[in-house]
Design a protein around this ligand. Structure first.
Ligand SMILES: CC(C)(COP(=O)(O)OP(=O)(O)OC[C@H]1O[C@@H](n2cnc3c(N)ncnc32)[C@H](O)[C@@H]1OP(=O)(O)O)[C@@H](O)C(=O)NCCC(=O)NCCS
Length: 169
């Protein structure tokens, strides 16, 4: 990472954040961040967080919200250890993107670690963090970070909170 970690700030999205020029290369993510993220935050649909560099530029963002997993969606080996509740509480990392100008510098991994840190420190119980990878390449990014695919939904991945807890111990 080029900038030292103490020069990076992750901030809750606010009106002061200029994001009209944000471009990750994935149009749906860019449009979401530029036009929808603020509304989602106000309506409590998702909590967007920005990575702000020392010069004030926004290098990336992610969103977190609550979700639920249907028990049979999980691998059998995981299901065996869980109570038979129809829905399992989880945290959704709905979107994650780094601006093209800053990709490949470790910011994606830094943002993901920040999201996992927030998720694990919530007082609301959550069994896992879930992500929907947009394609195989995004899937590989998450697999490198120890996410596991759902058996019948190969682009949907999860990382158990117990595993995330161990990461920050
Ligand atoms: C995917 C994305 C968030 C990664 O951010 P980044 O800042 O470029 O990634 P980092 O520099 O932190 O890289 C972290 C690791 O992931 C790897 N990686 C990065 N992008 C990857 C990709 N698309 N596929 C597979 N691996 C990837 C890097 O090689 C690095 O691993 P290494 O340290 O072992 O070399 C970013 O490229 C992006 O915003 N892409 C467009 C949007 C997108 O695909 N979002 C994913 C959610 S659907």
């Amino acid at each position: 990472m080029e900038e030292a970690k103490d020069e990076l700030r992750v901030e809750v999205l606010g009106a002061q954040h200029e994001r009209s020029g944000f471009e990750s290369g994935v149009e749906t993510l860019d449009r979401y961040f530029r036009t929808q993220a603020g509304q989602d935050a106000r309506k409590k649909m998702a909590a967007p967080f920005n990575l702000v560099l020392q010069d004030g530029s926004i290098a990336g963002f992610y969103t977190l919200s609550s979700t639920a997993i249907k028990l049979p969606e999980l691998p059998e080996t995981v299901v065996r250890k869980l109570p038979r509740y129809p829905l399992i509480p989880a945290t959704l990392l709905g979107r994650l993107a780094v601006d093209r100008r800053y990709q490949g510098k470790g910011y994606g991994r830094f943002l993901l670690a920040d999201a996992l840190y927030r998720a694990v420190h919530s007082e609301i119980a959550s069994f896992a963090v879930i992500v929907d990878a947009k394609d195989e390449s995004a899937k590989r990014f998450y697999e490198r970070e120890s996410f596991l695919p759902f058996p019948d939904q190969p682009l949907k991945l999860f990382r158990p909170m117990s595993d995330i807890e161990a990461l920050f111990k």
